[in-house]
Design a protein around this ligand. Structure first.
Ligand code: SME
Length: 302
């Protein structure tokens, strides 16, 4: 069985490439949706007068991925508060939207909207409308990033690797409840797929963080509450992105090779029970994209 949903997420080159990485998606096609003419050419849509939005038709197997999961992934690659602009691309053709064929799908999608809106605390500007029309784009726009691996993309390239990692981790951890086994598996998966220098967990034990499953060189065994990047992320109960560890007051140098770092809290009913710590030998390796996906990854199965 196959179902179809339409995502407008800014420049369709990146949106198409992203959904092509998604397990359960059979095909993704660049096109123009919900405009006022027939069979538009790219040059016409580009004038921003046709009403069309650059849109990706996503054909998926609902037995492998739900519409809710797909919508959830879509929200990982858009700025839902930005009207008619995604990345550097501006114009109504780059507006965000989800266009559906069946009314029942709207209800499913609205669940994700409600969650996102509650999380962000502001109204989303992502359209949610029935599909009025869709015309596939010209061949040169199809699979653009496969044909041009260094081509323009408004999305960060690491999002394409993170989505695969996220889905695989979800599958592997589906039935595992032991927290050490979960941490060990996640540390290995993240480390291997993303090629980081050090990837591991510190677990909360009383007033300290104690070294847990990790991949990479030998590391400090214990970190106090509020100490270093890890202890601060625990204390402040939030993700910390550190572009230059030398600039972080109290940073604990387990290795002199480490130049930048990200620490993501792992929570159980809101309370921090561990932190995921990742180090890089380059400056400024981590940003909001890493934070977004790593936060999702540590939440898997919770
Ligand atoms: N740099 C960390 C300590 C842990 S190691 O990076 C593995 C910190 O300042 O908390």
């Amino acid at each position: 069985m196959e179902k179809t949903i339409y995502f407008a997420g800014g420049c369709f080159w990146g949106t198409q490439h992203f959904f092509k990485q998604v397990e359960g998606v059979k095909d993704a096609i660049c096109g123009y949706a919900n405009g006022n003419t027939q069979n538009p050419k790219y040059e016409e849509v580009y004038t921003d007068t046709t009403g069309f939005a650059e849109t990706v038709e996503v054909r998926y197997n609902p037995a492998r991925i739900s519409l809710e999961e797909l919508t959830d992934l879509f929200f990982c690659i858009i700025d839902p508060l930005s009207l008619n602009r995604q990345g550097h691309d501006e114009g109504t053709r780059y507006r965000t939207g989800i266009y559906y064929k069946e009314e029942a799908e709207r209800t499913e999608i609205q669940k994700v909207y409600a969650r996102e809106e509650a999380k962000i605390g502001a109204p989303l500007v992502v359209e949610l409308e029935p599909l009025r029309n869709f015309f596939p784009a010209e061949e040169r726009h199809q699979d653009y990033l496969d044909k041009n691996p260094d081509g323009y993309c408004h999305l960060p390239f690491k999002a394409f690797r993170y989505v695969k990692l996220y889905q695989d981790a979800k599958l592997i951890l589906a039935d595992e409840t032991d927290s050490v086994a979960r941490m060990a598996e996640l540390a290995a998966l993240i480390h291997e797929r993303m090629g980081f220098f050090w990837t591991g967990f510190y677990r909360v034990q009383g007033q300290q963080l104690v070294l847990g499953p990790f991949q990479g060189p030998s590391a400090c065994l214990r970190i106090g509450y509020g100490k270093g990047v890890c202890g601060t992320a625990w204390k402040e109960n939030r993700t910390l992105v550190v572009p230059d560890v030398e600039e972080f007051p109290g940073h604990i140098a387990c290795s002199s090779l480490s130049k930048s770092e990200i620490v993501v809290p792992v929570r159980e009913n809101g309370a921090v029970t561990a932190v995921l710590d990742i180090d890089s030998t380059e400056f400024a390796t981590f940003d909001a994209t890493d934070a977004l996906w790593l936060e999702k990854i540590v939440e898997i199965g919770k």
